[in-house]
Design a protein around this ligand. Structure first.
Ligand code: SAH
Length: 371
């Protein structure tokens, strides 16, 4: 069945959407309608492993239960507005989330893996100066169904190609939408659902310290942190949330996270901005922060978008920056831009967002003295 056919059933409107419900939430749902808890497992297997979203096709459920489910619930995907494919095989879906808002989801095929990059919010409130999503402003958090819906949609359309990795690096700050992101992670990790290992699910954050510590307790998936600057002075400007949670506090939370992660590293993302954060002195400062810690650096060549005044550092500068990190004992790689011909690369995702904030975070925080 095509994803399109599944998204447009208007008779489902108003029924409870079971898509994206946590495994525990599904058990409670079935208990509430006087059914056995193992029904949750069966439903997840149908929806997430066999990609069947129509209750009437779930043949190991009794006919009575199938009819009951059809009457009160649905597995509803968000509608797709468009799909673009890049010359390098990257695909980008524009997903309609209602009220004229749209978010983007990107699939990046590689030799031995297929990575899906999902959005967690319509827009973003964090206002990082080099990010297209940040420039658009913030509209709202996506629901768990809208976040997981991106993954189910893509897996339906990509089949038999498989999604082996999921990264929360699309539009939005996933840790600012913690309550809806957590059930999605639980479904991704559950053996009766997607069954991905923790290493294959990555949360990328601009640095929401309390939520990093919470995530360590709740489900310690791989963590990527958008560092982008080695000093508070520069990071205050590039990533305004730094004025609330400065570098020392952020790194402290990262090392605590890594302890729970047991022998795994935290990835530090560092966008290469020409003449801003790419000097060898800054590479040395970064190395001092990370040396001897469970850390690796992922250098991201800046991807331009309309209206930005930043430029990407030249290739030889990126290489020299990386060499400096290596020479001081810090592991570093350069992220290759994928899908930039369809504006699907890091930081280029813009979807369609009407800003609903009165004041931007950067302006609101002017003068915040957090240290
Ligand atoms: N809010 C999360 C997820 C955002 S996007 C976070 O901040 O981590 C994932 C990565 O792309 C982040 O590291 C982000 O800083 C980076 N990024 C944003 N804009 C970019 C751009 N124009 N070019 C390259 N990378 C960018």
């Amino acid at each position: 069945m095509s994803a399109d056919a599944l998204t447009t059933r208007s008779e489902d409107a108003g029924k409870q959407n079971l898509l994206g419900m946590s495994p525990g939430g599904l058990v409670r749902f079935f208990e509430d309608i006087d059914e056995k808890p193992f029904r949750a497992r069966q439903l997840m297997q149908w929806a997430y492993q066999r990609r069947v979203l129509d209750f009437s096709e779930m043949t190991d459920l009794s006919l009575r239960l199938r009819e009951r489910l059809g009457a009160v619930a649905a597995l509803r995907l968000p509608p797709v507005k468009s799909l673009e494919e890049s010359a390098d095989g990257t695909r980008k879906w524009l997903i309609d989330v209602g009220a004229q808002q749209a978010v983007e989801t990107v699939f990046i095929p590689e030799l031995n893996r297929g990575t899906l990059c999902v959005s967690s919010q319509a827009g973003c409130a964090l206002n990082c100066t080099f990010c297209a999503t940040g420039h658009q402003g913030f509209n709202r958090n996506l629901s768990a169904a809208e976040i997981l819906g991106q993954i189910v949609l893509a897996s339906l359309e990509l089949h038999p190609q498989r999604i082996t990795n999921v990264v929360f690096m699309g539009m939005g700050e996933p840790l600012a939408n913690y309550k809806n992101v957590l059930p999605v992670i639980q479904v991704l990790l559950n053996d009766h659902a997607f069954g991905l290992s923790r290493r294959r699910v990555t949360i990328s954050t601009a640095g929401l310290v309390p939520q990093i510590l919470r995530l360590a307790e709740d489900c310690n998936v791989a963590l990527a942190v958008s560092l982008h600057a080695p000093t508070d002075e520069l990071r205050d400007e590039l990533v305004p949330i730094n004025r609330i949670h400065p570098i020392a506090e952020l790194l402290d939370a990262c090392w605590r996270y890594a302890e729970v992660l047991a022998s795994r590293q935290v990835t530090f993302e560092y966008v290469m901005l020409d003449g801003i954060n790419d000097s060898l002195e800054q590479a040395r400062q970064l190395a001092v922060l990370l040396k001897g810690k469970p850390a690796k650096v992922n250098l991201i060549p800046f991807n331009p978008f309309p209206g930005t005044h930043y430029r990407c550092s030249p290739t030889h500068v990126v290489d020299a920056f990386m060499q400096t990190l290596w020479s001081m004992g810090v592991v570093a790689t350069v992220r290759r831009a994928r899908g930039d011909d369809i504006a699907a690369a890091c930081g280029q995702l813009a979807g369609r967002v009407d800003d609903r904030r009165k004041v931007r975070l950067g302006d609101k925080l002017i003068g915040v003295q957090s240290r």
